[in-house]
Design a protein around this ligand. Structure first.
Ligand code: C5P
Length: 239
């Protein structure tokens, strides 16, 4: 059985839309609907579960659950909504904040996992194009609180990472269900720290393959991302 879990329970405060990010309209549909539609089009997809902010109305045609305090809590609650069928069950986890996901990408990630029995998971990612530095917060100057603060910069460089071999991770992330269950069976403070589910599996020694995804599969975090997503989805819909 293949199960899709779409997590849409974030508050989306960085977007400042005044409502949960997943419900913001993008190119004529609520943001989460684009991911639901992509999952529905995947061959062999058996169930789609949507984790929503508590108190929001569930859309028709999907199993909806209340999301949790942290992203991984939402994943755990969504997974619990579907009884396992057998050890061969596969779970696709996807952020509703990535409305540009395609059936083609989901199938590519599923295909990599299916093709290698030594793998526990396969995840979409893109090679990092920018040079990445670790930055420590700037120490407060002795006269912090002065009205003209703000000219001291955002912080001080601690190190520059070797860009070769760095990948920016996306969703979909595809797991063998027993491996994902083990990964999610972590203390609350570890779940709260997780920004993706593959990390929870990596810390147990799980084997995770990376599949090159398109840069277009962006995550909507800011107003600019939303404008880009609107443009790209509108273009995609044109005949
Ligand atoms: O906050 P972040 O951008 O990492 O959220 C990624 C995805 O996880 C979003 O689709 C968001 O709706 C979802 N999420 C969730 N439950 C939370 C926090 C985030 O379903 N408690």
């Amino acid at each position: 059985m293949i199960i899709a879990l779409i997590v849409a329970a974030g508050r989306g405060e960085r977007l400042g839309a005044g409502r949960p990010k997943a419900f913001v309209e993008v190119a004529g549909r609520p943001m989460f609907q684009w991911s639901v539609d992509a999952m529905s089009g995947v061959d062999g997809m058996d169930r789609i579960v949507l984790a929503l902010p508590p108190g929001t109305r569930a859309p028709v045609g999907v199993i909806a659950v209340d999301g949790g305090a942290a992203r991984s809590d939402s994943v755990r609650r969504a997974l619990a909504a579907v009884e396992p069928e057998g050890p061969g069950d596969v779970v696709v986890v996807h952020d509703a904040a990535r409305p540009l996901v395609t059936g083609e990408l989901i199938e590519a990630v599923l295909g990599v996992l299916a093709g290698d029995p030594s793998l526990d998971a396969a995840i979409a990612a893109v090679p990092v194009a920018d040079t990445v530095k670790r930055v420590a917060p700037a120490p407060s100057p002795p006269d912090a609180g002065r009205a003209d603060r703000g000219s001291e910069g955002a912080g001080i460089v601690v190190e520059t990472l070797d860009r070769a071999g760095l990948w920016a991770v996306q969703t979909p992330q595809v797991f063998r269900r027993p491996a994902l269950e083990r990964a999610l069976d972590a203390p609350a403070e570890v779940l709260a720290q997780a920004t993706d589910d593959a990390w929870l599996l990596e810390r147990l020694g799980g084997r995770v393959a990376v599949v090159a995804g398109p840069a277009e599969n962006l995550k909507v975090t800011t107003e600019l991302d939303l404008e880009l997503a609107e443009l790209l989805l509108t273009r995609r819909e044109q005949p």
